[in-house]
Ligand binder design. Structure first.
Ligand SMILES: [Zn+2]
Ligand SMILES: [Zn+2]
Ligand SMILES: [Zn+2]
Ligand SMILES: [Zn+2]
Length: 345
């Protein structure tokens, strides 16, 4: 809906109302000189004027002579036109910034969702979950560690995927081959992984930052927001692209809105460096609710330095406890005790 539609409906919000007012004023001022869309000279009143005032671009004249004669008389109006147009432009910018912030600070989804077997929230650390190249599911450390049973209730000796019962790949090569196939079929997690392999030049992939970025963009567009976090880092470090901090922030914002806690933490740090303590705290708080302990440490530091109130620090501790409450389980504890590589917080 355009702003002028809002005006007609009479249901515009207060902020839209300012633009409507300015629009109305501009329109009223213009129509004085433009009857029924026929261009009339602002000086002599003749029709067919097409020499426009190049300052305000609101009034027309037959020629340079009429323009010159009218100059003194028009001066006040001209300045008013420019003032209103600037006001309108600034208000538009303010509205766009507000809308952007509204989206940016909205509570994002949890980064990895829930484990499809135990239905508990997936933990943030990589060791707390495993991606399965057989079915494309991400399974928690607890469910991955737990023994798999067959239909008769006997423990399966060969390690099988606890979700789809496919036998585990026998080698790294077999695993990456499966990932390649899944990527070809549009699995955004697999596409993102291949991007990582190209970026780091590992598992037999040649290091290729351009190819990596292409895959990250593809994965991000398919909804795997962590790929945007990587694009942000590529712009920060100039990997495959020119260093561009603005673009880094743009991609971290996309990642953060998709629930990526690390990107949210990065945004917090940028705002903190810029002295925007309120915005920094807002970002850190969302990151903490998403399980980012780095943001919790930062809030603690800020509290000790007098940059965050005790209330803010307490709320941060509480938010992290809430996250832990959602991810903790006896099965996951058991896996972590049995194997360091299953640590999940
Ligand atoms: Zn004229
Ligand atoms: Zn003018
Ligand atoms: Zn699970
Ligand atoms: Zn599977």
């Amino acid at each position: 809906m355009s702003t002028s539609d809002n005006c007609k409906d009479g249901v515009s919000k207060f902020k839209d109302g300012i633009i409507c007012d300015v629009n109305d004023k501009l329109q009223k001022m213009s129509t004085v000189n433009n009857k029924n869309d026929v261009s009339v000279c602002a000086n002599c009143g003749k029709e067919g004027a097409n020499n426009i005032c190049n300052k305000c671009k609101q009034v027309k004249y037959c020629n340079a002579v009429c323009k010159k004669v009218h100059k003194k008389k028009h001066k006040k109006d001209c300045e008013e036109y420019i003032r209103l147009a600037t006001e309108k432009h600034n208000e538009k910018l303010r509205l766009a910034a507000d809308l952007h912030d509204e989206k940016l600070f909205k509570e994002p989804p949890s980064q990895y969702g829930d484990c499809p077997i135990c239905f508990l929230r997936l933990p943030l650390p990589e060791t707390g979950r495993r991606y399965k190249s057989c079915c494309g599911k991400t399974i928690c450390s607890g469910c991955n560690h737990a023994p798999v049973y067959d239909n008769q209730g006997n423990e399966v000796a060969d390690k099988k995927c606890p979700f789809c019962r496919t036998i585990f790949p026998k080698s790294v090569e077999e695993g990456t081959e499966r990932e390649k196939k899944r990527a070809e079929n549009g699995d955004s997690i697999a596409i993102h992984s291949l991007g990582n392999y190209y970026r780091d030049g590992k598992y037999g992939f040649p290091q290729d930052h351009t190819k990596a970025l292409e895959l990250f963009h593809q994965a991000g567009e398919l909804g795997h927001s962590i790929a945007y976090n990587n694009i942000g880092f590529a712009y920060l470090n100039g990997e495959g692209v020119e260093v561009d901090k603005k673009k880094a922030v743009h991609y971290w914002e996309l990642a953060a809105m998709g629930g990526v806690a690390q990107a949210r933490h990065n945004l917090g740090c940028i705002e903190r460096d810029a002295g925007n303590i309120d915005r920094a705290q807002k970002h850190y708080m969302i990151a903490i609710r998403g399980g980012n302990d780095g943001s919790l440490d930062t809030i603690k530091q800020m509290y000790l330095q007098g940059d965050a109130s005790k209330d803010v620090y307490m709320t941060a501790l509480q938010a992290y406890q809430e996250y832990l409450g959602e991810i903790k389980s006896a099965q996951r504890d058991e896996a972590a005790t049995a194997n360091e590589e299953y640590r999940y917080y």
